[in-house]
Design a protein around this ligand. Sequence first.
Ligand SMILES: Nc1ncnc2c1ncn2[C@@H]1O[C@H](COP(=O)(O)OP(=O)(O)O)[C@@H](O)[C@H]1O
Ligand SMILES: [Mg+2]
Length: 335
Amino acid sequence: MTDLESPPEPEQTPTLQAEGDLPTEAPPEEESEEEFVTEYPEEPEDRQVEEPKDADEPTDGQAPTTGSEDSPAEGFVRTTPALPRVIALANQKGGVGKTTTTVNLGAALADLGYRVLLIDLDPQGNATTGLGINHHDLDVTIYNVLLQDVNLDECVEPTEVKGLFIAPASLDLAGSEIELVTAFSRESKLKRALDEVIDDYDYVLIDCPPSLGLLTVNALVAATEVMVPIQCEYYALEGLGQLTRNVDLIRRNLNASLEILNIVLVMYDGRTKLGEQVSDEVRGHYGSRVCRVVIPRNVRLSEAPGFGQPITTFDPSSRGAVAYKELAREVSGVS
Ligand SMILES: Nc1ncnc2c1ncn2[C@@H]1O[C@H](COP(=O)(O)OP(=O)(O)O)[C@@H](O)[C@H]1O
Ligand SMILES: [Mg+2]
């Protein structure tokens, strides 16, 4: 995929100035307090989340910093919001764990009893096939929803996991970046479609393609939150500034309810110093926006999609499964 379409043109915005302009901490007028209460009833903000074995998360990240002054993500809040929540898993880099996190966090949330819809917005359809769905068998996919105004619920498929559903992708989605360009309200196609079915779900997780094109813009316009998986490898932070600036543009111009930006560290290798260094750096910069739970590098996570299953059913006791279950608890505020 190419980045043919850039996010909304800056010239549309009247007040694109310094980061300091962001309405730090200020929730939107209508939002009542209860909607943004952090629901960690039994444990305070600095609770120690039970870590998967070997994950070796350094504890320094516990300090809920306010973020550095120039942090591009300044102004996003770190709370547990009311349901339903729509979370876009975005990072313009490929191979960083977006799909793995979408599928396995989604399955773990469903195991907690939530009604979860995954939306596969990547033409490669890895979330779709990773859940055992063959896109050749499908008459209707997210492509038809975005470009032919088919109702979203017409393409939703159940999965083997109770409470987990998916709006699948197929290869024809690859052309949609171009086809959408001339479409009416091209940035809000997904949001409009999702509005029709949102009451049926507690969580909607959107697996974005590895670009900042119109598909990702559609995801960010439909979302209330964005979650960015960061690989604990060299160059982990590369491109993150660009992503957060794009998220910010969308928040200012197209989707004021895009309130939350979280980062999740994935593919952490506790045996190397590098993982720890990257983790320290990301936490130093993004503070409490970084999820406390870290996803370890675990070969079972890479094997599960080949069997069409999330890790939670493929190997429930693996370190990968334990970590995603912990992440689901952290994200949902279940203690
Ligand atoms: N924690 C992990 N441990 C081991 N392999 C992983 C882990 N997370 C992802 N992978 C593997 O890394 C590759 C890229 O992950 P994927 O989720 O497809 O990234 P993206 O969706 O960002 O392109 C896949 O082969 C996946 O199975
Ligand atoms: Mg992917």
